[in-house]
Design a protein around this ligand. Sequence first.
Ligand code: MOS
Length: 739
Amino acid sequence: MDSKGNSEKKKDLTCVGKSVRRVDGWPKVLGKAKYTADHSFEGMLFAAVKRADFPHARIKSIDVEGAQLPGVEAIMLEEDIPGNPRFGALNPHQPVIISDIVRYLGDGIALVAAKSEKIAREAAKRIVVSYEELPGLFDPREARKSELSIHPEGNEIVHHVLRKGEVSEGFAAADVVLERDYQTQFQEHAYLEPEAAVAVPQPDGGITVYGSMQHPFSTRRVVARVLGLPLAKVRVIQGELGGGFGGKDESSSIVCARAALLALKTGKPVKLVNTREESFVESYKRHPYYLHYKVGAKKDGTLTAMEIEIVADGGAYASMSTFVTWRSVVQATGPYTVPNVKTDVYAYHTNNTYTGAFRGFGSPQIVYASESLMDELAAELKISPAEIRKKNFYQQGGETATGQTLKHVVSLEPALDAVLAELNKKPLEQNANPVFSRGRGFACSYRGVALGAEGVDATGAVVNLLEDGSAIVSTGVAENGQGLRTVFSQIVSEELGIPLEKIVFLDCDTSSIADGGPSVASRCTIMGGNAVRHACLQLKERLNLSEQPDLQKAIKATLNAGKSLYAFGWHNAPKVSWDEHTGQGDAYFTYVYACQGVEVEVNNQTGETKVLRAVAAHDVGMALNPQQVELQIYGGVTMGAGYGLTEEVILEKGVTKNPNFNGYHIPDSRMIGEIVPIIIENPDAAGPFGAKTIGEPTCELLAPAIANAILQATGARVRTIPATPARVLHAMQKEGAPA
Ligand code: MOS
């Protein structure tokens, strides 16, 4: 599958493109890596939070008297906050703690610091809050119509539009028009390590915060704002991260800000660690979507029009809803050429847990719906699911729904062919036991790389080459467990010709490197990798490596000439554009393409579905470390299986009914058999060594592939995920009618 140029180029590489071992693997395997909760300081206090008792209520009074237990050193309410008590990247209306109106059950009302965690928690429990209960809104479709307003600015968070051509003409020209509704759920990130922070006051009145967060710079912004300190006096150091998956942004900033408030107030280090239940209730989830699709096609499968309306549940606070739903509006048609498109994506506030970034970021929902729809349309037209897709796939030189011309290699067809070839190596064999039915299905997607027209997309890296030929590397994007330290070290090794063992990668510390933007949007390899490369290229020039191939001699000569071997590289993403009134523009500077296929087995009596085999083909531009790409695929496919089959945070009138892993089921090896990763490489001019993206595309495809496979196995179409046993049985009873 390698393009020819790439295989030739790859031959010359010594470290990049190789499956080298993780540079940070040993400390983790040996239990020596320090996660946030492992940090301890002399005289450290422990914090606890008193949270809301109702999902929507006006606070009448807060009585802390009963909480003044021996060992309690501070109790803080909103009025004690020295800076601005509200934060938010787009709408700064989210409270760190609140004293007037609670809007969901995760809202904090009071903070306690005490000599032990036990005392802190007991004290928090004894804080008595009296409320006037307010009527709540728990369905975004209700919130859309309701007279009740959760925030003064109204319930609508955002409305994105996309207009291309004229849908009425497209539908008039169609031979078949199909309308379908799909629904998706709240999904929990389920990182192993719940949110944690340790805040340490500094002699100069500033604060250092060790925290479990994805984006140390966003956290710094929130902590400084809440404490009323200049950014420079807030130092945020990322601990080893026990998973994030998009979940450790606001959820982590709030925990860090609370610990910092108590530390500043008491003058002592303060540790705050959420329990699993607190994490479930407080941290944001993946947005549930209500999706209505109308599609028109010619008899031969050619698409003529799509009209899409999506309503997302934003929950209590705005968080990233505007950006998450923006990715949805860009990609909602799927990777298909449609001449006439009308898409509206709305997000509304409810009194549910708020929703935000989650691996995939507004794509798993629309990929589930649009890829289910393609199979439904193919069935209606009596053509194969592969044929209808191939007929309409985006092509190199073709135009997307947003009017962008795709100038790079568009590898949808190779990805689909690779998956079908692997899946169909063996014919589909039914289980001899008639209780079980097996079926196969697949789904395809395209995905904008990095932040796109969301905003500024730039990042930096420092490569500090030392006199003995070892190097210290740090970057403005942070290791989230995805393997960034390893891949960036490989780039340094490749460029400077030094072995990996001589490279030390620093933890992200906001006081020692420029703000490199968040570690999101699968942007780290492509953005940070380029920045690392720029730093190395500067060094190579100073070392005059083209004339002096002996690195040690070159280092000596450069230092003797009084030049530094400390280089800062900066990378600014290629230009993108967006017209918010028409939904037209070059939304992302490049895209990735993928296909995942699956064979499932459904128990016809219980409705339980297992994934026997999954095949995932992803074009990553170039695999800088093939094994790490495969690991991303294993993880993402598994996460996608959970999204499709078992994972759902159940909220009843704002109350989380399953706030732990005994009631919230992430998939395990009993549910998933073999996973076969297929790496496709078409080097992209925008990426370091041609590399693009892999983190998020891996988890957006399995749910629709499973839904399509369940249909083949049982004849029943499940239009609500997760496809739980009850939903599968229900759909089977209705024989293909909507679940
Ligand atoms: Mo991500 S969901 O872009 O952290």
